[in-house]
Ligand binder design. Structure first.
Ligand code: NAD
Length: 471
């Protein structure tokens, strides 16, 4: 296989690389310079991809599980063969420093190999002398994977793994802010899968709405904001598409009085500031018990003091829209005279690049924007609690419910609190790190359905029940 060229980008339709009359450029967040030209898919391109996806589905749905696994594994391994090129391209389009981009490539590999190795269940729900009843899972058809801009390769790879290993075909639609590496991933996939099984289309803001109403698409797997998720459900209703929504969160991290502060601080720092907080399961509200509050916040701020934007895992903000959104949250906190224990109450403004230094705000009011909204940026409130009931109520007092972390050495108390947290994933004495073997999804307005693990794969299938009469 010849090496991939990371200077040219195409849509991938029916096994072919396709350009377009119209092109656009996305921006490198480190320096605001234009990156490479990238095609803009038309409605005709989408029709062509949907037709190719449905044609490929005819055969692919009957391929053996072993064949799908083998192809997914070979595809995943080929990613690592040019790892440095992937890392560089991911870094340029998302703003991730090298360490983080390396982690993204590794995660893409891990999700592709792990998810494709999960067996779908089948259930015998009744078996007597008259009848045996069996429920089995079947693929749906063409899946559209609509992706956000924070982890373009990982999230596309996870959707690809889930779709193709269950016998579906997939069209990936990257965010217009980060179109490059997801298109390249689909280009690489052409070496391992038949035409039409894995395709990708990049374009303008009209592409997503065309996809959600297209009658030839059977399922939307969407990762992005709650606001867009609601539009997608509405747009998918007339054609009754299956929809999985992985949406935003406002995740609480609860710190109990019995923790070893020094031991947990590095992970809490990661949870709050990795990728500059542009992570769906980032710790967005940290609740610390009053008996250790002062020591915790002092050590937390000290541990963050030397984080330099653009280095290690503190990315610049990926785009101007997001930068301005976070800036408004900074300004709101500053105008309300919240106590900044780190950060100077103003986002860092460099001449070029969307850099922001991390900020920690001590005890802002519970109703402030900073506590109520998902900043998706490097600013985090640290709040105080003394009563277990009260902290559970405050952690749950939101219409979001993606993740939560809990730090507590007493196992009984940990389990008691964890079971009452209204979140799709609760990490107890662990950082907020999803796994490919575990169902991942939000409750309340953080999602609909879920992905990954055996249960996530079922959302890429329809269940059919067979009643075999005994003769
Ligand atoms: P976004 O909702 O603005 O965009 C996501 C994708 O949807 C993009 O590809 C965009 O082009 C597309 N889109 C926009 N409008 C559409 C429409 N009407 N119809 C169809 N598609 C449309 O989200 P974003 O700003 O790219 O990402 C940030 C958000 O994503 C945050 O809220 C974050 O928490 C969330 N997120 C969630 C997860 C998760 O797994 N739960 C993971 C990463 C990010």
């Amino acid at each position: 296989m010849s090496k991939l060229n990371f200077d040219t980008y195409y849509n991938v339709i029916n096994g072919q690389l396709k350009g377009s009359d119209e092109q656009y450029f996305s921006i490198n967040p480190f320096n605001e310079e234009k990156l490479w030209p990238v095609p803009v898919a038309t409605a005709e391109d989408l029709d062509e991809a949907v037709n190719a996806g449905n044609a490929a589905f005819g055969k692919w749905q009957h391929s053996s599980v072993e064949e799908r696994r083998r192809r997914c594994n070979e595809f995943a391994d080929s990613l690592l063969a040019q790892k440095n090129d992937w890392v560089e391209a991911i870094s340029k389009e998302t703003g991730q420093p090298k360490e983080l981009a390396e982690g993204e490539v590794d995660a893409a590999h891990e999700w592709l190999t792990t998810i494709s190795n999960i067996d779908l269940p089948e259930y015998i729900t009744h078996d007597d002398e008259e009848v045996k009843v069996v429920t089995k899972y079947f693929p749906l058809g063409v899946v559209a994977g609509i992706c956000p801009w924070n982890f373009p390769v990982f999230l596309a790879a996870a959707k690809i793994a889930s779709a193709v290993s269950t016998g579906n075909t997939i069209i990936i639609k990257p965010s217009p802010y980060t179109p490059y590496t997801a298109l390249k991933l689909a280009e690489l996939a052409q070496h391992f899968f038949p035409p039409g099984v894995i395709q990708a289309l990049g374009g303008h803001d009209n592409l997503g709405p065309w996809i959600t109403k297209h009658p030839g698409i059977a399922k939307i797997s969407f990762t992005g904001s709650s606001a867009t998720g609601k539009k997608i459900v509405a747009a998918a209703a007339p054609t009754l598409k299956h929809v999985t929504l992985e949406l935003g969160g406002n995740d609480a991290a609860i710190v109990c009085p019995d923790v070893d502060i020094d031991a947990i601080i590095p992970t809490v720092v990661d949870d709050a500031f990795s990728h500059a907080g542009q992570v769906c399961v980032a710790a967005k509200r940290i609740y610390v018990h009053e008996s250790i509050y002062n020591e915790f916040i002092e050590k937390f701020a000290a541990a963050c003091k030397n984080l330099t934007p653009g280095q290690r895992y503190l990315s610049p903000i990926q785009n101007k829209m997001q930068y301005d959104k976070i800036k408004a949250i900074f300004e709101n906190s500053r105008s309300q005279q919240h106590e900044f224990v780190l950060g100077n109450a103003e986002p860092e403004t460099k001449k070029r690049g969307y850099f922001m230094s991390p900020a920690i705000v001590s005890r802002p009011p519970e109703q402030s924007r900073l506590v109520q909204e998902e900043p998706f940026g490097p600013i985090v409130p640290v709040l105080v609690w003394k009563d277990e009931e009260d902290v559970i109520r405050r952690a749950n007092d939101t219409d979001q419910g993606l993740g939560a972390t809990l730090w507590c050495r007493d196992p009984e108390r940990a389990e008691r609190i964890a079971m009452r947290l209204e979140a799709g994933s609760v990490w107890v004495n662990r950082g907020a790190m999803p796994m490919p073997t575990a169902l991942f999804g939000g409750v309340k307005q953080s999602g609909l359905g879920g992905e990954w693990g055996p249960l996530g794969l079922l959302n890429y299938c329809s269940a059919r029940t067979f009643h075999f009469a005994k003769q």
